[in-house]
Write a protein that binds this ligand. Structure first.
Ligand code: ADP
Ligand code: MG
Length: 278
């Protein structure tokens, strides 16, 4: 019997999570693969299956399960994508990205901010984008319009890993979400917001289908290949000299994307997994 597992986060109640689990389960039916849905928990070592679609970002759980079965995405790929600066390090020199400066590890909240760090961030110009390394749905992404805001944000975030990034003006309030499955970019969706520099749909970004051009396709497929991703949602920005990679989401939600682009993301992913496994 062909048997797969979908592992979900122990605490998530996001509607996007329910949707992708349902869609993926449906997509495996015609392939004759039985899917069991399991929330992350302490008994991972007892889980049986040929493979696991790992819809969590818990790196310890991913490594534990990967000792037993093939993970989609792979544990290392999930870990690199989850951390925005690790993603940057991995793709530096591979694909174009906005200029980025990492925060410095800090254990002591009362020590003064590093002047050297502030100086290099100021060279990125204002406004400057500040992002927590771990974050999603636009919630941990900020814009500092001047030095005062930069200093207060840096103080607030200093105990958490974060990064500073050149603000891509040409793309203010607008980005392009591309989903790549099994090395192929399947479609693109433009998201735009009139009220926020962040275009995330969850923050009010309006989504519409966008014809995928060669430049975007190549950039996204190169990214997915380099990070060894079976599945991902990639955010691109329109830069002055071409498209720039903004971030990579392993296991991105795809409800809106399927609706807007009229593609069968779940089916593409299920068929890719089937081909890899059997
Ligand atoms: N360097 C940048 N310049 C301009 N806009 C940006 C930049 N980085 C992020 N954004 C905007 O903020 C949104 C959220 O940032 P992103 O890095 O994708 O984080 P998240 O994981 O929260 O989605 C992006 O979709 C984009 O609209
Ligand atoms: Mg994003």
């Amino acid at each position: 019997m062909k048997q797969g597992v979908i592992l979900i986060n122990a605490y998530s109640n996001h509607p996007g999570e329910m949707h992708r689990v349902k869609r993926l389960k449906e997509a495996f039916l015609p392939l004759g693969v039985t899917i069991t849905v399991i929330p992350n928990g302490p008994n991972l070592r007892e889980i049986e299956g040929d493979f696991c679609i790992f819809l969590d970002k818990d790196r310890y759980a991913a490594q534990t399960l990967e000792k037993k079965m093939r993970l989609f995405d792979r544990a290392e790929a999930i870990e690199v994508c989850d951390d925005k600066y690790l993603t940057y390090l991995s793709l530096e020199g591979v694909v174009p990205m906005p200029k980025t400066v990492p925060s410095l590890l800090c254990y002591t909240p009362d020590s003064p901010l590093s002047e050297e760090l502030l100086d290099s961030v100021k060279k990125l110009g204002f406004p400057v984008v500040v992002k927590e390394s771990f974050g999603s749905l636009g919630r941990q992404v900020y814009l500092a319009k001047d030095e005062g805001e930069l200093v207060s944000l840096s103080r607030e975030l200093r105990l958490k890993p974060h990064l500073y990034q050149e603000f891509i003006r040409e793309s203010a309030g607008r980005d392009l979400r591309v989903i790549v499955v099994g090395g192929k970019a399947i479609a693109a969706m433009e998201r735009s917001s009139k009220s926020d520099f962040r275009s995330n749909a969850e923050l009010g970004g309006v989504c519409r289908a966008y014809p995928l051009g060669e430049e975007e396709r190549k950039l996204c497929e190169k990214t997915a290949e380099h990070l060894k991703l079976d599945y991902c949602g990639i955010d691109l920005l329109w830069g002055r000299e071409g498209m720039l990679l903004c971030e990579v989401n392993s296991n991105a939600f795809f409800q809106k994307f399927e609706e807007v682009t009229k593609t069968d993301v779940a089916g593409e992913y299920a068929r890719h997994i089937y081909k890899e496994m059997y």
